[in-house]
Design a protein around this ligand. Structure first.
Ligand SMILES: [Zn+2]
Length: 196
């Protein structure tokens, strides 16, 4: 294809390939290439053929499709099957199967990202978004995060969430891996109740 400068009409054009990366949330960046043209007559730089927009749209479509499959795979590995998602969220049966075969939407992938990040929203949805269930799940999630952090510095941590009508308590039992200076003990113990 003969390329002409859209500004001066010259066909003295140099082409340069550029590496780009498409980074969708919760998906590894995918490299792709675009071509940048340069007019040697008027020095205008740009995409003179309009091909790059088509390339970007194509890459985005393919990566989105792949991302839907990957998110569903990750959820399935955590024991969250498609039927559980559909039932909890009140989606018609086979909805997710349609997403899987390419009939997804921006809303579908946004929903999958939320469920993948905060899987307990499914339990909240299944319980009709009752406020006490929301509170309970948030506290349990916070306890898991806290335990994850504690495990980095301590050994055999235990964690309990105690809930009554009036209060929620997250109790973490920490066991020091090795003697630590007093200052670091205070630093790591600051976010939890610590018992030696
Ligand atoms: Zn030109």
């Amino acid at each position: 294809m003969k390329i002409e400068c859209p500004f001066c009409g010259s066909s003295d054009i140099s082409s340069d390939e550029q590496e780009k990366r498409l980074a969708l949330p919760l998906h590894k960046p995918v490299p792709y290439k675009i071509t940048v043209h340069r007019c040697n007559n008027c020095e205008e730089v740009g995409d003179f053929t309009g091909e790059n927009d088509r390339i970007i749209a194509k890459v985005k479509e393919a990566v989105t499709k792949d991302s839907v499959l990957q998110l569903l795979h990750e959820l399935s590995e955590r024991g969250i099957k498609m039927t559980i998602i559909e039932r909890s969220l009140g989606l018609p049966p086979k909805t997710i199967n349609r997403w899987k075969t390419g009939e997804s939407s921006a809303a579908a992938i946004a929903l999958l990202r939320i469920v993948r990040t905060l899987p307990w929203v499914l339990e909240v949805a299944a319980e009709k978004y009752r406020p006490e269930i929301i509170r309970e799940k948030i506290f349990e999630a916070a306890a898991r995060v806290l335990k994850g952090e504690a495990d980095k510095h301590y050994t055999g941590c235990k964690i309990e969430t105690l809930q009554t009508d009036k209060s929620h308590v997250i109790q973490v039992e920490l066991h020091v891996k090795e003697p630590m200076p007093e200052t670091s003990y205070i630093k790591h113990g600051a976010t939890a109740y610590a018992y030696r």
